[in-house]
Design a protein around this ligand. Structure first.
Ligand SMILES: *[C@@H]1O[C@H](CO)[C@@H](O)[C@H](O)[C@H]1NC(C)=O
Ligand SMILES: *[C@@H]1O[C@H](CO)[C@@H](O)[C@H](O)[C@H]1NC(C)=O
Length: 299
């Protein structure tokens, strides 16, 4: 009996230590003696007043400007592909009408796509290399449809504090348009500089052959039901076996993934590419979420 009691109390003490005592100690004891004691603040009100805080750029981020929006109910279905990193396939994330409206809104705004360098940094020189990325991109005006999709993307992610939906861009791929393997994150979050925490890759127009979104480091799910959304190698005309997971472009559907581990470092498994379009035209929508905590401050 005494053994039993001490064992069972140990059983309770361990989680008590891990969940209560250790975090309390960490709050009380500064982890970095050089900088004293810090508090991490998720309160959005503080973003507006502190002049030590980062200036959020409305040209880059879809900030709340008080414009009222009325949105249709969500009407999508989700399938988890991977937990670590989190990768979720979303059927019907956009309705056909929404996808068409975004394609129409994009048409007057196309410019050649540049390679991604942290868009929040003040980097004004576009880096264009058509061997690595060949497509056109268009900044989408914040119409009611766009604002509803912003709201949907925030809701999907649990209205995470300090998460900002970047201004949305449509990407148009003609025949031979592609984007070689790359990451969407830059690795700046660990220094509290902010980074792209997640990506939604939405297909707005998929009247094409080829043009799949490939993740060579993700493991292909085994169930054949996935073949509706990913290439299974037995598709007509496709002979080569491709590594990892290749999502087929399907209008209105989306792939969501988290780019960052909880400690702010990037997931290597999010390495991905847009395979070349072989026939027709593909238009994609990138919804990137930027995570930007207010600067850590002295108490
Ligand atoms: C961005 O850089 C340009 C040129 O280097 C400079 O004129 C401008 O003031 C900078 N903007 C910000 C917000 O730092
Ligand atoms: C794609 O096609 C459109 C329309 O034909 C054209 O204006 C655009 O320059 C093309 N873009 C690329 C990258 O080839």
């Amino acid at each position: 009996m005494p053994l039993n009691i001490s064992l069972s109390s140990l059983f309770y003490l361990i989680p008590l230590y891990l969940l209560v005592i250790n975090p309390l100690l960490r709050q009380i004891l500064p982890s970095d003696p050089q900088h004293g004691s810090y508090r991490f603040d998720d309160d959005e009100d503080d973003v507006a007043d502190g002049d030590t805080l980062l200036n959020l750029n409305p040209d880059v981020l879809s900030l709340d400007d008080g414009t009222p929006v009325t949105c249709p109910d969500d009407d999508y279905r989700v399938h988890i592909l991977s937990h670590a990193p989190l990768v979720i396939y979303i059927e019907n994330f956009l309705s056909g009408e929404e996808a068409d409206a975004l394609v129409d809104a994009s048409i007057p705004n196309y410019i050649p796509s540049a390679l991604f360098s942290s868009s929040v940094k003040n980097d004004t020189t576009p880096n264009i290399d058509t061997t690595r990325r060949l497509s056109d991109q268009a900044l989408l005006p914040r119409t009611q449809t766009v604002r509803c999709i912003e709201a949907r993307a925030r809701s999907f992610q649990g209205w995470k504090p300090n998460l900002y939906i970047e201004r949305m861009w449509a990407q148009r791929y003609n025949v031979s348009g592609h984007y070689t393997h790359h990451y969407d994150w830059v690795g700046t979050a660990k220094g509290h500089g902010g980074d792209r925490i997640s990506t939604f890759m939405v297909y707005l127009k998929a009247e094409c052959k080829g043009g799949g979104t490939n993740f060579p480091l993700l493991r292909k799910p085994r169930d054949k039901k996935w073949c509706a959304f990913i290439e299974c190698g037995d598709d007509e005309g496709q002979t080569e076996k491709r590594e990892g997971v290749t999502f087929k472009p399907i209008k209105g559907n989306a792939v969501f993934w988290e780019n960052l581990r909880p400690d702010g470092s990037g997931w290597p498994e999010t390495w991905h590419a847009a395979f070349p379009v072989e026939e027709g035209e593909k238009v994609g929508l990138n919804i990137w979420s930027w995570y930007q905590p207010p600067k850590w401050r002295r108490r």
